[in-house]
Design a protein around this ligand. Structure first.
Ligand code: AFP
Length: 378
């Protein structure tokens, strides 16, 4: 939507009954506007302001790079068995400290903690749950590549301190979702269910300023992101899709594609929100009993909500990501998200493979040993 010029030439976006002045709307003003007529109102706004404060603190930690002594690998491992960097732990602690005392939360969960974090007794318990990956892409820290924080807000049903089971809610129930990307600029991308909007941190005043309202993912794209080193482990429908993209103008897609892989999901999703594209981290036979690499509650679900709110699609390849029923806190899930028409094509290829109507793409060898065919799982 082109910015509407007004009498004093301040570019602004008109969003129905709300106008947002580009370059002037702060996060707090935005939240007041967005949540004005909702039951969430101030509670959710207050929580998101606390999350934004933690993100500012993390931005400062990340920006210090090696000077902060936080790139060192620790001897500890997280719940996924990955070596923790000191910054993984310090950023996790930052979010706990900034968000535990505001009276909005009944509990928190994160990639860096085995089980849910109980709000200390001295603080008022609230009605939301916060689940997050404090530093996604941290294996890139030594190479100074953009990393991020991913978070999801769920409503807590009950007045007890939250336990693991309370977090096992499908993605469609998320009240809010967002990420921070610590790149050349620190940006906060957020949805509270009314579109996806991006804010840029103005370090001089310490405020997030609305710079990209109402982001829209183009329905078509010629750019995809996948870790191609896993190609031999992918299921045939993923191999089929990527093969066709690589064939470019000489294949059925009749156009050339571009490939990206940053190994930092936040950076990939940010690119897709800015210009479209496809991101895939599918299940593969490398670890056939593992449903994928990415975690449902604090990576896939928040990113899926942001992408859908921007008009894109988010799938496991076989169904809508936001409808995957969680069974445990650190559950993994295949992720295929981005430009809607491409995601629909990838889902169609999975359907044709599962129904055996995708000849010649499903190789008999792969078929026999595939653990993924519905009948093979019985
Ligand atoms: P780290 O947080 O351990 O760096 O993992 C990042 C991530 O979860 C996600 O952000 C990337 O898209 C993906 O893993 C990269 O996985 P590969 O290292 O297998 O490419």
């Amino acid at each position: 939507m082109a910015p509407a010029e007004n009498d004093n030439n301040t570019a602004r976006e008109d969003h129905g009954d709300r106008t947002m002045h580009l370059g002037r709307t702060t996060l707090s003003k935005f939240l007041i506007d967005q949540l004005r007529n909702t039951p969430a109102r101030n509670d959710l706004a207050a929580l998101l302001v606390d999350v934004a404060a933690a993100i500012k603190a993390i931005s400062a930690m990340v920006a210090r790079g090696a000077l902060g002594g936080s790139h060192d690998a620790l001897t500890s491992h997280n719940t996924s068995g990955e070596v923790q960097k000191r910054l993984d732990v310090t950023t996790n602690d930052a979010i706990l400290r900034y968000c535990e005392w505001g009276g909005q939360l009944a509990g928190m969960a994160s990639e860096e903690m085995e089980t849910a974090y109980a709000i200390p007794a001295e603080f008022t318990r609230g009605r939301y749950l916060l689940v997050f990956d404090p530093l996604d892409g941290s294996s890139n820290l030594d190479t100074n590549v953009s990393v991020g924080t991913i978070f999801s807000v769920l409503a807590h049903s009950g007045d007890h301190t939250a336990v693991d089971e309370d977090f096992l809610k499908t993605g469609v129930t998320q009240v809010a979702a967002g990420y921070a990307i610590y790149g050349p600029a620190t940006m906060l991308v957020l949805t509270v269910g009314h579109g996806t909007h991006a804010f840029t941190l103005d370090r001089e005043i310490g405020n997030f300023i609305l710079t990209h309202p109402d982001l829209k993912v183009p329905e078509d794209t010629s750019e995809f992101a996948i870790n191609a080193s896993n190609e031999r482990f992918w299921e045939p429908p993923v191999q089929r899709y990527v093969d066709e993209c690589k064939q470019g103008t000489s294949g059925i897609r009749a156009r050339d594609f571009n490939m990206r892989w940053i190994a930092s999901m936040v950076a990939e999703v940010h690119r897709i929100l800015m210009r479209g594209g496809v991101f895939m981290y599918p299940r593969d036979t490398k670890m056939p009993l593992r449903a994928g690499r990415l975690r449902l509650l604090y990576e896939a679900n928040p990113m899926a909500m942001l992408i859908e709110q921007a008009g894109g699609a988010a799938s496991t390849g076989r169904g809508r990501l936001l409808e995957v029923p969680p069974t445990e806190l650190h559950q993994r899930v295949p992720v295929v998200l981005g430009s809607r028409n491409e995601i629909e094509r990838i889902e169609r290829y999975h359907q044709e493979y599962d129904s055996g109507s995708d000849k010649p793409y499903s190789s008999p060898l792969f078929n026999d040993r595939s653990l993924y065919r519905p009948e093979a799982r019985s």
